[in-house]
Design a protein around this ligand. Structure first.
Ligand SMILES: Cc1cc2nc3c(=O)[nH]c(=O)nc-3n(C[C@H](O)[C@H](O)[C@H](O)COP(=O)(O)OP(=O)(O)OC[C@H]3O[C@@H](n4cnc5c(N)ncnc54)[C@H](O)[C@@H]3O)c2cc1C
Length: 406
């Protein structure tokens, strides 16, 4: 018996990547249902912020979400990298300034909870439906996919977008294998107030076996912090009371932003890499952390997830214009092709950087130092590196095309 199709596209997972994908797909005219518990109420567990690069901000503008975020986002005007490894060959300090590329800012830093809240508000206005439930079972069939929620509710769609994070059941149902590796590291995400203004500069202190990154928050005297270290060390820091943790932070930052006053809630995250062997399976496309997880160095993770969302919207738009099936093989193949190089180069680049910081191997330290010397002295090389960090080696999807006011 032929089943009735409830929706063109079911997006599973209402985290930031799923919300962005649902909005981007609705923007190109698809009928979209978003299924997943709200990620906005994650409360104390979600202490992360996202440094969103220019193309991600352009996507939020195109999706009409940006206006609600601007006053709660801090521009990133410069990125400073300091080698505090204490190795025999130390790299010099380097600062990348957005003005060198003629940009007001590289991007903006926003609390994940604020971002999700703004995306949810927009989703409530434009999506066909939102089901705040977990999906328990996904069965790809000829012509459609059947989704069963934990409550027993069933739904059918022509295309399932797996935005259900690290342990994706969409990925599992589509029999997509993953490569996963760990670094025996974890990261604390928190925020703090400081006496000296940040001047909209993000500083990465690369120490041996870890790193500390401060990222400006709105207001001159507040920053978010990503503290990466060996798993045992991070677990010990998580057990400290606030005053003791603040003392550790003061010591590690060495007066970088002056004395530290308030420290916000802390949460820790494993540092791991995960790479799906394919972005697509039967009537399934993966986006965000369901497809790729990177260590939190260089602010690449969610930016990559947003590029997945926008690229998938381009591929579905073509099918939509022809009134054809959004879950058809040619749509899925086009999506996998469009995302391959960007994901592969970011995964490799961030992995190399993470490993280079973990090693005491002298030639590796020397290579890092040589690269930084070159970047410091040769302006065109520095601009090339900045452009590579900002955008993929392929053309940006339509919804990320530059908006004139940058
Ligand atoms: C310390 C740290 C700092 C970071 N900083 C940055 C940064 O500055 N810039 C940047 O770009 N990236 C950054 N990242 C990466 C970024 O935080 C992640 O890439 C992003 O949060 C992942 O979003 P997502 O929507 O793909 O996954 P998730 O946020 O994991 O969302 C997945 C959603 O799927 C839902 N779900 C799971 N299973 C089901 C199911 N069966 N049914 C329905 N729903 C389901 C979950 O409830 C969840 O809401 C950082 C990461 C860390 C750890």
């Amino acid at each position: 018996m032929a089943k009735e199709i409830d929706t063109d596209i079911a997006v599973v997972g209402a985290g930031p990547a799923g919300l962005a994908a649902a909005l981007a797909l609705a923007h190109v005219g698809a009928k979209v249902v978003l299924i997943g518990p709200s990620a906005g109420g994650a409360g104390a567990g979600e202490t992360r912020t996202a440094a969103l690069l220019k193309s991600s901000v352009d996507l939020l503008k195109a999706l009409k979400v940006w206006d609600a975020l601007l006053s709660r986002a801090a521009p990133l005007k410069a990125i400073r990298i300091v080698d505090a490894t204490g190795g025999l060959v130390r790299a010099p300090e380097i600062e990348f300034r957005s003005s060198e590329l003629g940009l007001e800012a590289f991007g903006y830093n926003i609390a994940n909870t604020t971002l999700v809240e703004a995306l949810e508000d927009r989703a409530a206005k434009v999506l066909h439906a939102i089901e705040p439930e977990s999906v328990a079972k996904i069965e790809p069939m000829a012509g459609l996919v059947v989704l069963t929620c934990k409550s027993g509710k069933k739904m059918t769609a022509r295309l399932v977008v797996g935005a259900d994070g690290r342990r994706s059941i969409c990925r599992e149902a589509a029999s997509i294998a993953v490569k996963e590796w760990r670094y025996d590291q974890a990261a604390i995400a928190t925020s703090f107030g400081h006496a000296r203004p940040h001047d909209f500069v993000s500083t990465e202190l690369h120490a041996s076996g870890g790193s500390l990154t401060t990222v400006p928050l709105p207001g001159p005297h507040a920053s978010s912090l990503i503290f990466v270290g060996a798993t045992a060390e991070i677990e010990a820091f998580m057990r400290l009371d606030t005053a003791s943790f603040r003392a550790v932070l003061e010591e590690r930052l060495g007066g970088l932003l002056g004395s530290i006053d308030e420290v916000g809630a802390r949460a820790s995250f494993p540092v791991a890499s995960l790479s799906a062997e394919s972005l697509v399976g039967p009537r399934t496309a993966l986006v965000g952390e369901a497809a790729h997880i990177l260590p939190p160095i260089g602010a690449q993770g969610l930016n990559l997830g947003f590029r997945d969302a926008a690229a998938l919207a381009d591929c579905v738009a073509v099918a939509h214009r022809r009134s054809s099936d959004p879950g058809a093989d040619d749509v899925l193949k086009a999506y996998a092709r469009a995302r391959k190089l960007d994901i592969a180069t970011r995964t490799l680049g961030v992995d190399l950087l993470a490993r280079s910081l973990l090693t005491d191997f002298l030639p590796m330290q020397a290579a890092r130092s040589l690269i930084v010397h070159g970047l410091n002295r040769i302006a065109p090389l520095r601009r090339l590196a900045m452009r590579a960090g900002l955008a993929p080696p392929t053309e940006l999807p339509s919804l990320m095309q530059p908006v004139p006011d940058w």
